[in-house]
Write a protein that binds this ligand. Sequence first.
Ligand SMILES: [Zn+2]
Length: 285
Amino acid sequence: MVRLNMKYFAKLFISFFLIGVHSAVYDFSYSSPNFRDRKGINPRILVLHYTTSCNDNAVNWMCDKKSQASAHYLVGNAGTIFRLVDEKYSAFHAGVSYWNGIKNINDHSIGIEITNFGYTRDESFKYFSEKEIEKCAYACEKKWHPYNACQIDSIISVCKEIIFRYDIKPHNIVGHSDVALGRKFDPGPVFPWKMIHDHGIGAWPDMETSLNKVEIPSSISVSWVQNYLHKYGYDCPLNGKADSKTGDAIKAFQMHFDPYTKNFGIPDEMFCEKLARLIDQYIVE
Ligand SMILES: [Zn+2]
């Protein structure tokens, strides 16, 4: 018992240390009623989202019972981290979803929303100046609003604490697009997955080292693609057919790991190498 308490205090101390390093600002003044009991399940997945909005009004929306939507945290435009649901509860952020054999992602995860408009569309001109729209980057057949440096600093900070608290594995740090194939596209391909990986958050293929247990296929087959996407965690069919759901899984993978591909939706050589390396680094024992 004494040992357990010591471990808890050590974790608490390091958590405060991590907060201090990144000086993230938390706002605990909002609270969402949209949550339920976790049924004793420990979170082991971390899901990142964007709000599809240009300002932090999503905080109010998620605190409204009518929305039936929430997340544990929302990282606002200025980097403020709004805590909306206590981590001990299941927040309503993932909806119909699947990852790594798990279907009710909400009960098994922590959800973080980030204020971001997503991809540009006619409405963008209502909310953003032409200069701001010019900053949007082309990726995966759309133009996307960027995340700002304050937001990224706060995301790194809050994610580090969560990963530490629950020992969340790198390949279980995912986007909503990874767990809701064809239905969701957040946090979008311009979310800096590589950068946060360089800060110790999430998976990223190491293209330099030699592979240990997985081979990159010399010719690409549908069954290899399906098998390895499924092995990594995606809800990819295993039927040997190049169907639309397999296409959705390929696109989700590229939005996360190869966002500037010119072959969006096509499993090219880069796709296979990245997928093989991720399996080798994070999945195969
Ligand atoms: Zn989402």
